[in-house]
Design a protein around this ligand. Structure first.
Ligand code: NAD
Length: 611
């Protein structure tokens, strides 16, 4: 480790001298500034000591520098290398840890059991979340091991729904800042801000502007919990190295009055910048990202309000490797469920008529990907395929007479039809075979709506995707009971198995976490330079192919989440294969066995032995 640090400084033309003192390894660096050599030995020199602590008075200016190799006390406080009681006798000797740890040596498995035991003691989900964040800051490998081995139990803790509450209470929870904050104040120097991040080899950035955090609205700068949480899933589920992941929050202000009046709010205390000011900041950010990390860094937009989300995706998809999980990831995971469901329905996608309640990021994103898939399956133009898909928004059925007042992303779905205002009337008028809820408004698939779907279809396909659970269009129990056990059902929030008509149904969850980690891995490992819609279709097909007969028996249209790393490898392989086929992959030559290659690229949280 010392040698890599030495090489780093030598590359930068700095003289480096290493020596040992007590349990510490210190490095002296002769820094050249303005042509003069400055000695930064750090051993009691001037007002600064080896740790950058100072004995200066408050008036004196000092430089807060510190450079040390992780060993001894520092090693125990370095989350990337700390192993706690798992340091072996040999390592304790070699790395000056004697006496800093109690004598017992634990295995990583024992540590994992202990941590899980501790986490299970907490009844409040937010307390579990805080325990996980603490662990991540203390011992990153153990954190990822816990998450990988207990994914079904811990996913709702580190991500939705608990992460929403964490963002709301962000100011009081986080002890150390996570991720990179870029605000309007940084205009003109975003590249410099990016350079402050300690890791240089970044492969995935998840970025939010905090305007629409989950279903909680504008949380401004406190939205940081979202990119941090999403990236921990990139690592745990998709195997992307943690050091290659960069969470970013762009702070352009907030329109949340409560936050603006909260003296503890951590973000800019101003209303949101919009229009040109917003566009310029985002443009500078996107240019700086490309300049600093190159063409192949994946930028995932997350939880932007829909008026910006569509514009940003459209604008940057031609010049950058960008992905919007709310639009494209959702679309891909839902399409996978629909493809898988065809086995239960004995048909093809083109046989169906789709009706959506909700015409925002999720609804229109899913609709477009379904249309693309139908168009591919039938060799029909996508405009033709769109005619099988209908949307209802807060004003009723999206029809051509409303065209002038419709937002641009709804316009492709404005088909010729008389105006219809309610969902029930729309179901009766359109006679859909598939009903999908993406409005964010709960209890909208009423008994009448489900009964009508069941009267129109032998096996109505019903997806209640709105989150959180309280906003779900209907519960699993309602869907199965009101359809007499005939519905094929999946939801956005998890529901327990339901007994109905003498059978136990296991409702599937259309969780975005099925797709984006494997999708990202596939894009990264192939060096893909642009996201093409066909890559999303490939991801959907890969996920759908993982549903087994045993899963279908229970009514599932998604595979069990416990196999997620295997699923991610399959998705990554299919995405990479499509990328090579389309000539978008730059990492050559193409590996022969892409599944094996994906597995071999995946980060392992197992402790490493230190020399
Ligand atoms: P959005 O704000 O972009 O879109 C919401 C849409 O619903 C808008 O078109 C709005 O006009 C419409 N709407 C609002 N109230 C309505 C009403 N009473 N009747 C009909 N339409 C109404 O939000 P989004 O990002 O599209 O997310 C919508 C919902 O989908 C959220 O609850 C979100 O949690 C859920 N979602 C689920 C998944 C998943 O299951 N994997 C993924 C993404 C989003």
């Amino acid at each position: 480790m010392i040698s890599s640090i030495l090489r780093h400084f030598m590359r930068r033309g700095l003289g480096v001298f290493a020596r040992r003192r007590g349990g510490e390894r210190e490095i002296s660096i002769a820094m050249e500034r303005n042509g003069e050599m400055e000695d930064k030995s750090g051993v009691g020199g001037g007002v600064e000591d080896a740790y950058g602590e100072d004995s200066a008075t408050e008036e004196q200016l000092i430089t807060p520098w510190t450079i040390s190799v992780a060993s001894g006390y520092t090693l125990l406080r370095d989350p990337n290398h700390n192993k706690g009681l798992a340091f072996s006798e040999k390592e304790r000797d070699a790395h000056y840890l004697r006496g800093l740890l109690p004598p017992q040596i634990s295995s990583q498995e024992l540590q994992e059991r202990k941590m899980m035991h501790n986490i299970r003691q907490y009844e409040v989900p937010l307390h579990k979340y805080i325990a996980m964040v603490d662990l991540q800051e203390r011992n990153a490998r153990l954190f990822y091991k816990l998450l990988i081995d207990n994914v079904e139990e811990l996913l709702p803790v580190v991500y939705t729904p608990t992460v929403g509450e964490a963002c709301q209470k962000y100011g009081s929870i986080f002890k150390r800042p996570q991720g990179l904050f870029i605000s309007l104040k940084d205009k003109g120097r975003i590249l410099e801000v990016l350079k402050n991040w300690p890791e240089k080899n970044i492969q995935v950035i998840v970025v939010t502007d905090g305007e629409r955090i989950l279903g909680l609205g504008d949380l401004g700068c406190q939205g940081m919990g979202i990119p941090v949480g999403k990236l921990s899933l990139y690592t745990a589920l998709g195997g992307v190295r943690p050091s290659a992941c960069l969470p970013i929050t762009i702070d352009v202000g907030t329109n949340n009055e409560k936050l603006l009046n909260d003296e503890f709010y951590i973000g800019l205390r101003q209303r949101r910048a919009t229009g040109q000011e917003y566009a310029e900041l985002l443009n500078e950010f996107m240019s700086a990202v490309k300049q600093n990390y190159g063409e192949k860094v994946l930028v995932q937009f997350e939880d932007f309000a829909n008026h910006n989300a569509f514009v940003l995706l459209e604008k940057y998809r031609k010049t950058h490797l960008v992905f919007n999980d709310d639009i494209q990831g959702t679309a891909s995971v839902v399409l996978a469920g629909l493809i898988a469901a065809q086995k239960l329905l004995d048909g093809t996608l083109a046989d169906h008529t789709f009706l959506f309640l909700g015409a925002g990021e999720a609804g229109t994103g899913i609709a477009e990907l379904i249309a693309l898939q139908i168009s591919k399956e039938t060799n029909a133009p996508v405009e033709e395929a769109r005619k099988k898909i209908w949307l209802v928004d807060s004003k009723g059925l999206v029809v051509s007479s409303r065209m002038k007042s419709l937002q641009h992303f709804k316009q492709p779905w404005a088909h010729k039809h008389e105006p219809v205002t309610s969902l029930l009337d729309s179901v009766m008028a359109i006679k859909p075979t598939v009903l999908i809820g993406t409005s964010g408004v709960g209890k909208t698939f009423t008994k009448e709506v489900i009964e009508t779907m069941a009267s129109l279809n032998e096996k109505p396909l019903i997806l209640a995707l709105s989150n959180p659970t309280s906003q779900s269009e209907c519960t699993a129990e309602e869907a199965y009971t009101w359809s007499g056990g005939r519905a094929v059902f999946a939801s956005g929030s998890p529901f327990d198995p339901v007994e109905c008509t003498g059978k136990v149904f296991v409702p599937g969850q259309a969780n975005n976490a099925y797709i984006f980690p494997g999708f990202g891995l596939g894009v990264i490992m192939s060096g893909t330079i642009r996201v093409h819609d066909d890559l999303l279709l490939a991801a959907s097909e890969a996920l759908a192919s993982q549903v087994t007969d045993e899963n279908y028996e229970k009514g599932l249209i998604y595979p069990p989440f416990s196999n997620i790393r295997k699923i991610s490898a399959q998705i990554a392989a299919k995405v990479a294969a499509k990328s090579y086929e389309l000539g978008l992959a730059s990492r050559l030559p193409r590996p022969k066995d892409l599944v094996k290659h994906a597995e071999s690229c995946m980060y392992s949280p197992i402790y490493r032995h230190y020399l």
